[in-house]
Ligand binder design. Sequence first.
Ligand code: SF4
Ligand code: SF4
Length: 111
Amino acid sequence: MLEMSFRKSLAELEEERRIKIIEQRRVPIRRGKVYIIKERCKECGFCIDNCPSKVLVKSEDVNERGYHYPVVVEEPPLKVCIACGFCSLICPDFAIFSVPIESDDEFGGRS
Ligand code: SF4
Ligand code: SF4
């Protein structure tokens, strides 16, 4: 039990350290804007399951074919789209892609 709480506090400290570094803008953060062509989506869930940042979740609405498509839910500064492009690579229906955000933004942006 003691070991578990020690581990948790180390994890919390590490997260605080990362947030601090980001806030001080010492690390350029790659950000992406995600585009979803919802009518192409067939709800396979590959993009949601494989997004390294875990910013994709299933929509509550359905598209015109009755499928739940992905939507983006970010929690800056750490849980954001990093424009890795993996979702567009893995989507069998070419229904999602991400474009790097070029300008600075409130979360650190590019340096
Ligand atoms: S580009 Fe990468 S980080 Fe952004 S939504 Fe797609 S898989 Fe996730
Ligand atoms: S990988 Fe493509 S088809 Fe599958 S859920 Fe994501 S957007 Fe929809």
